[in-house]
Ligand binder design. Structure first.
Ligand SMILES: N[C@@H](CCC(=O)N[C@@H](CS)C(=O)NCC(=O)O)C(=O)O
Length: 241
């Protein structure tokens, strides 16, 4: 049911984060865990190769983990077992005091988390299920949805004028916003040049000392999407520092 690493992690009281061996919907939580220097166990599931792209590695365990709503990602923290990526991120953020200083900040953080998640879902549509062909859908996504959303995030950052997206202290929103904007930039790095506040936010995030190594190593070596995706199923080389 549980592998040896999960059992070892549980016996040490460590968290376990289960997900595909990709960035996908788990990476904001991984970034937060690395930022807080939390020892945790990544339980990776690997999708099979073409042409089947089997998900059996996950499906053979899916109903045996004691999850109320079995899905990936999942988080085990002692007897707390959670699914839903935003729930997991917010749970971790509350645990490590990264969910804002008051109700107002928390509400805005939640909004940025949801808004970024919706953008990532749109990107998924292009990467996994293009309506026409990938090149056409990619261009259309960049020119419409992505342009519109980047402008909204840019205006938001400009308006709030804080050190991070929602506060002068880093919050859960920043891990989600960074990861999902960065995922979109995989399509075309130059898009960000038009948005100075957002560009500065991304740079600032990349320079966080606690994350520098993780971003350059593990994170950079993990594909964005699963193998079955038309785009991002393998590691895309970057020029970023
Ligand atoms: N709303 C869910 C979506 C979860 C989801 O779609 N997970 C995909 C990977 S991104 C999956 O493969 N789930 C496993 C399953 O459906 O059994 C979340 O945000 O966590």
């Amino acid at each position: 049911m549980c592998n040896i690493y999960t059992l070892m992690a549980q016996s040490k009281g460590q968290l376990t984060l289960g997900y595909w061996a990709i960035r996908g919907l788990a990476e904001p939580s991984r970034l937060l865990l690395h930022y807080t220097k939390t020892p945790y166990n990544d339980e990776f599931y690997v999708q099979g190769d073409a042409p089947e792209y089997s998900r059996d590695e996950w499906f053979s365990k899916k109903s045996k983990l004691g999850l109320d709503f079995p899905n990936l990602p999942y988080l085990f923290d002692g007897d707390i077992k959670l699914t839903q990526s935003k729930t997991i991120l917010c749970y971790l953020a509350r645990k490590y005091h990264l969910m804002g200083k008051n109700e107002r900040e928390e509400a805005v953080i939640s909004m940025i988390i949801d808004q970024s998640h919706d953008l990532r879902s749109e990107l998924n549509g292009v990467c996994y299920h293009p309506k026409e062909d990938f090149a056409t859908d990619k261009q259309q996504f960049i020119e419409t949805k992505l342009t519109e959303q980047l402008k909204l995030f840019e205006d938001f950052l400009k308006k709030t004028g804080k050190k991070w997206s929602c506060s002068d202290d880093i919050t859960a929103a920043d891990f989600q916003l960074f990861e999902y904007i960065d995922s979109c930039l995989m399509l075309d790095e130059s898009i960000i040049d038009k948005y100075s506040h957002l560009k500065n936010f991304m740079k600032h995030f990349r320079e966080i000392p606690e994350l520098e190594n993780y971003l350059k190593q593990e994170h950079a070596q993990r594909p964005l999407n699963n193998k079955v995706a038309i785009f991002g199923g393998t590691v895309i080389p970057r020029n970023k520092a």
